[in-house]
Ligand binder design. Structure first.
Ligand SMILES: [Zn+2]
Length: 148
């Protein structure tokens, strides 16, 4: 039986739109913020607003508080799927959040959702380099075509 360890250093709170995830301590760039735990689905058709693709038709539906990790076009965190290609079964794949930059205590934690163009929705992240849509940078031009 596995017990999910309670994440340290992060907590859910009110953000600009709905809920967000906030740092309760400072994080150095490239340090691990926490591991995303949640329910796993081995189903190629499974999708949701928050689910994370683990590869090989496996998806992770993030539990609280990490499901509140919001999108930003200039994020301060990034997700990494961690696994040992030789031995680990896909069930053992872990999703870790890492700081991209130094993060101060109290800051909202964000990642770049990098959604495909056909799932894109308008973005209001407020970043100077906001792409205007929640979409992968390399598919941004496809959204422009869609709205014309
Ligand atoms: Zn944006």
């Amino acid at each position: 039986m596995t017990t999910a360890s309670k994440p340290r250093g992060v907590k859910a709170g009110k953000a600009k739109y709905g809920m967000g995830l906030f740092a309760t301590k400072a994080f150095k760039a490239d340090s691990e913020v926490g591991e995303i735990t949640g329910e796993r689905f081995h189903d190629p058709d499974y999708s949701s607003e928050y689910c994370i693709d683990l590869g090989d038709d496996m998806a992770l539906e993030p539990g609280i508080p990490f499901r509140y990790l919001n999108h930003c076009c200039e994020p301060n965190c990034k997700l990494f799927v961690v696994f040992d290609e030789d031995s680990a079964p896909i069930e053992d794949r872990r999703v870790v959040v890492e700081a991209l930059v130094d993060i101060r205590k109290g800051a909202e934690l964000t990642i770049d959702y990098e959604w495909p163009a056909d799932s894109a929705i308008p973005c209001g992240c407020g970043a100077i380099k906001c792409r205007g849509w929640i979409v992968a940078p390399n598919e941004r031009h496809l959204v422009q075509q869609k709205t014309r």
